[in-house]
Design a binder for this molecule. Structure first.
Ligand SMILES: [Zn+2]
Length: 529
């Protein structure tokens, strides 16, 4: 038995929300209480650990992440630098570590930030002449490559611009090394896919990073590769993160074929929902809206699935014990998904099937007539608070006053919607304290858009936001009896914080650091010094 005592433990157990001590056996909490109560059950063989008054929370779960993709970004050279010179220095440092034949990949440059403007292939050659180099811009809409990469891709003065893309050229017509939009694919298609072993190594690195952020679980939305890598890590005993793995829609038939059902697996790796897309996104104005985008009278975005298609997919899924997680951004997409879910609920009932924990991913904007429908239908809102503050200016501009129903977490919480918070990393940082900060303040890290935040009536209290990073995801994956709280019968998944977020002004929550993480009663990460 392991006893943790002298802590300031927030249990999220409504019948006893605070404790100073926990008794842990076989990875689970067997008792929570004050030091006296818990010490009384200690045995001579028990390990005692003094928390020295530290703040303890249940480990947090990110309910929407792209684990493999996020892990891949950790290997990229960080090219978000104030000057081109600094960027070249970093590329040169990395180039010395890369064996011949391997690629150097980077991300983050922004020529608007650099006095020199765009980089060139020749500049990259000056620091990395032997290996191919491919560096995406911060916008992801352009890439900067060196001469080896141009050569390997066969890009010369004679190469025509591909449809939807531009090979930037100098005065003599020679490629400069900058590729715009679809021209990036000329190089992307020749970059070798990472081996399974490389994917495993990257995910391990990401796992440590996630512990450092205070995460002990994730709901992953990447593909088969990621699932295979996670299984291999688990076989080796290296998976120390509770992962709920979604299935891509294209793989649903395969999943049904082998009889995989949602919640199959174990407490470290289990099957989640089938992921579908009902529309695009706000940025490119492809999210499906009931009314046109502001200033674009002929564009209302586009539905990628009709109500019937969603219902038919859902019927097949629930017949085989699979729940759905449907990406829906625009108000039309959300309404269409809700209409299909309403029919699916009727179907489940008529067939004597359980009401599965279906989800909508993002729920970015709802029409007021739909505010109550997720709660009424028992559909989980899987939302990402950082999207609210990242997108707010775009939302105001392209959705106008409709934005009152965008990222409307208070509205959803008030009508009883089950909500799970995530980050959509690597789109946003997976640091959940940034997400908590955004949900509580509706402000960006730099304070925009002012003291009260964006649509301040949609702010949540810290208590409410914390529940959506703990209890909410546990409910979404039907693990609410074992995850999300520090209560008897629950796994000892917990984090120690460097300060108490409940004693900080809301604007400072984003500075809170995790100094230790325990998963299943085992310390997986402890800050040094
Ligand atoms: Zn996503």
């Amino acid at each position: 038995m392991r006893i943790l005592y002298n802590g300031r433990i927030r249990t999220l157990n409504s019948s006893a929300p605070f404790a100073s001590a926990l008794a842990i056996q076989d990875g689970k909490i067997i008792a929570a209480g004050n030091d006296g109560e818990i010490m009384a059950i200690a045995r001579s063989t028990s390990t005692l650990e003094n928390l020295e008054g530290s703040v303890v929370w249940p480990g947090l779960t990110d309910a929407h992440i792209h684990l493999e993709y996020y892990a891949a970004t950790l290997d990229l050279v960080d090219c978000e630098t104030p000057t081109l010179e600094e960027c070249l220095r970093r590329v040169g440092d990395r180039a010395r570590l890369i064996p011949p034949g391997k690629w150097l990949l980077g991300h983050g440059w922004n020529h608007n930030q650099w006095p020199e403007g765009f980089g060139t292939a020749l500049l990259l050659d000056s620091v990395a002449a032997q290996i191919p180099v491919y560096i995406t811009a911060k916008s992801w809409h352009a890439a900067w490559v060196n001469s080896v990469a141009l050569q390997m891709a066969g890009i010369t003065a004679e190469t025509p611009n591909p449809e939807g893309g531009i090979i930037q050229r100098d005065a003599k017509g020679q490629p400069t090394g900058i590729l715009l939009e679809s021209a990036m694919n000329l190089v992307v298609q020749i970059i070798p896919q990472p081996t399974m072993d490389e994917v495993c190594q990257r995910i391990l690195k990401a796992q440590t990073r996630l512990w450092q952020f205070g995460l002990t679980g994730v709901h992953d939305f990447d593909g088969t590769h990621c699932f295979t890598a996670l299984q291999q890590l688990q076989e080796r005993g290296q998976l120390k993160l509770r992962v709920v793995k979604s299935i891509q829609r294209a793989d649903m038939e395969n999943a049904i074929g082998v009889g995989l059902r949602s919640s199959f697996g174990n407490d470290f790796l289990r099957i989640g929902s089938v992921k579908c897309f009902s529309d695009g996104a706000l940025g490119p104005h492809t999210a499906a809206m009931l009314e046109p985008y502001e200033g674009e009278p002929s564009n209302s975005g586009e539905l990628l699935m009709t109500e019937d298609e969603i219902f038919e997919t859902g019927r097949k899924a629930v017949d085989h014990g699979l729940s759905l997680a449907i990406h829906a951004i625009g108000d039309r997409a959300n309404r269409t998904v809700l209409n299909a879910y309403a029919r699916l609920r009727t179907y489940e009932k008529s067939q004597g099937l359980p009401a599965l924990r279906h989800r909508i991913e993002h729920v970015q904007i709802l029409h007021p007539q739909d505010y109550n429908r997720l709660a009424a239908l028992g559909i989980i809102a899987s939302v990402q608070p950082l999207h609210a503050t990242s997108d707010m200016l775009m939302a105001d501009r392209f959705w106008g006053t409709r934005s009152a129903g965008a990222y409307a977490y208070r509205t959803l919480a008030a009508n009883g919607t089950q909500m799970a918070f995530g980050s959509d990393a690597p789109v946003e940082s997976p640091n959940p304290f940034l997400g908590l900060h955004a949900a509580v303040t509706r402000r960006r890290a730099d304070g925009q858009p002012g003291l009260n935040g964006w649509y301040p009536e949609q702010r949540l209290s810290l208590d409410e936001a914390l529940a959506r990073f703990t209890i909410g995801p546990a409910y979404a994956s039907t693990q609410e009896r074992t995850l999300g709280r520090l209560a008897p019968g629950h796994y000892a998944d917990l984090i120690i914080l460097n300060q108490d977020p409940f004693h900080l002004p809301p604007g400072e929550i984003l500075n809170v650091r995790t100094i230790a993480a325990m998963i299943g009663g085992e310390w997986t990460w402890v800050v040094k010094g």
